[in-house]
Design a protein around this ligand. Sequence first.
Ligand SMILES: Cc1cc2nc3c(=O)[nH]c(=O)nc-3n(C[C@H](O)[C@H](O)[C@H](O)COP(=O)(O)OP(=O)(O)OC[C@H]3O[C@@H](n4cnc5c(N)ncnc54)[C@H](O)[C@@H]3O)c2cc1C
Length: 381
Amino acid sequence: MASYDAVVIGTGIIGSFTALHLADAGLKLLVVDRHGLASGTSRASDGNLLISDKSPGVLFDLTVESFRHWDAMIAALGNHCEYDKKGATLATMDPGRRAKLLAHVEEHARHGVRAELLAPADVRRIEPALHPEVAAVGWWPDERQVQPMLACYQVARHLQARGVSYRFDDELLAIEPSPQGVMLRFGSAPDVACGRVVLCAGVWTPSLLKPLGIDLPILPRKGQIAVIERSDLPVRTKIADFAYNDLVEEIDPSDTRAQTATIVERTKSGTILCGSSRQFVGLDTGVDAAVLSRIVRDCLRFVPGLAGLRVIRGYAGLRPCTPDGLPVIGPVDAHERIYVATGHEGTGHGLAGVTGAMVAAMLTGKGHALAKACDPKRLLQ
Ligand SMILES: Cc1cc2nc3c(=O)[nH]c(=O)nc-3n(C[C@H](O)[C@H](O)[C@H](O)COP(=O)(O)OP(=O)(O)OC[C@H]3O[C@@H](n4cnc5c(N)ncnc54)[C@H](O)[C@@H]3O)c2cc1C
């Protein structure tokens, strides 16, 4: 029977960075996905790596560290995933929110993040697509964008070349932990023994733990994106409605209505992504045309040049959301053989680097300064 130091379940952005850091730490690894590479939420999202949507605190500190790991990954492996420090603009059409946006900018600047409130002439220079009557615009020049699937492919190619085993189209069905290690039972391939298993299975993680009596509260938070046809519309930054920040923080699973807030960004291929929505409707990934229309209507308020362009498709994904908005990274069983790394909600790409580093630190006995805040035990009964 095959035996590994660790098995990573899931090849989305979190599984990819976790595998990368565990391999760098020298562990013998197997990486498994029940479908193809990055076939879950990481394939159905935007690719913004953002700090502008966070206030100082745990998520902020995680993001600062995570950006360093993203930069290090690109420096080591090259840029084959459209990694781009294009910057982000946070805008409001409401003059009454100007002071709040200014306070947000100043708070970031005090915490060492480059951010400023733009003068009108600079708005036109930096983001000509924005509505001329926008009330205030904050500018974060170091915000990054990436194509998440390409990032997962890049990491997988690199690890496979280093001899790490990947197994696709094989579903993990059962986990049997013991003081000595873990036995993993799969749908179509032989059982695997390992020292530890790391579940990076996104919104599907709870179903793997339930048979063990572990109730991890990860709530699927659906999000939709409208893809706009290629055009010359000069969208240079990631444009977001400042109200987006409030929407991310409001977590009320009993409310099943779709909430929307504007995000507009151009991809390298020339299409424009308009997002996004947030909705608690279980594991449904169907595209709702009414929600897509609302998203596009919201985006038109900020970027009037979108009028006349066609929506060519829409897609939906499921953000893994925790009740307190923080990820869960760490062991969940009594023997400390089963680790989870999930619950990143709408910031999984941004936090992938620090998540991988934290898991590797834990599995090699080093610990991590932010591990306590991400400890899954805070949410387990
Ligand atoms: C509309 C939308 C926009 C978003 N925009 C952004 C953004 O701009 N920036 C950002 O940082 N984040 C964004 N997010 C959030 C981000 O996409 C997620 O946080 C991230 O993709 C989660 O990655 P993951 O690896 O944890 O999960 P996933 O990508 O879902 O990966 C889980 C993997 O586990 C596999 N799996 C599940 N069960 C099993 C099993 N039993 N056996 C084997 N394999 C299994 C699945 O097949 C899947 O490949 C967005 C999300 C949505 C929906």
